[in-house]
Design a protein around this ligand. Structure first.
Ligand code: ZN
Length: 174
């Protein structure tokens, strides 16, 4: 669990790296620490708290990752939680809801798709949340890397991942 989230100077996600690499970037003055974890490493002369999130001091050019819009990726992004009632469900009990219904022109991209339990989805029907008197728990966004690759996802990464700028997400649902 000592992986480190690396953000670009712009706060966009660059990658996830090992703590050894993160310390090299910090000691070389190339990155700053935004969050530290509970674990320290010692040398004879110094003790260093291991970082959890670091940010590059200079902008690094990197091709953007396009995360495919798929049922599984939507469910993982929403952590198997109905975005209307907030209940965590089994994948088989969840549906993918078009926030703006397809019948009203809603398209299948990250910002218009959320996990919804069957009960909430049928209550909402072919209406917008406003029309149905229902409220989304959070604004759906495109993740910046494939949720299934977030193996060692740490709690203090969440604010950076959720508030990162959305990537180009106009990919059709599989
Ligand atoms: Zn629900």
């Amino acid at each position: 669990m000592n992986n480190v989230l690396v953000l670009n100077a712009s706060y966009e996600i660059l990658n996830i790296t090992r703590w050894q690499r993160a310390l090299c970037l910090i000691f070389a003055g190339k990155a700053e620490v935004l969050e530290t974890g509970d674990i320290s490493v010692h040398s004879p002369s110094i003790e260093v708290r291991l970082p959890s999130v670091i940010r590059m001091r200079h902008y690094v050019r990197k091709p953007r990752i396009l995360v495919p819009v798929s049922r599984n990726n939507i469910l993982m992004r929403d952590r198997y939680t109905c975005q209307y009632c907030g209940l965590v469900k089994k994948p088989s009990d969840l549906t993918i809801d078009h926030v703006m219904p397809r019948s009203l022109g809603g398209e299948s991209y990250w910002e218009n798709l959320v996990a919804a339990c069957k009960k909430c989805n049928s209550k909402k029907g072919n209406r917008t949340p406003e029309m149905a008197g229902m409220k989304l728990r959070k604004k759906p966004r495109a993740p910046q890397f494939i949720p299934s690759l977030q193996i060692n996802y740490r709690d203090d990464w969440e604010k950076y991942i959720l508030y990162a700028a959305p990537i180009n997400s106009r990919t059709a649902v599989n």
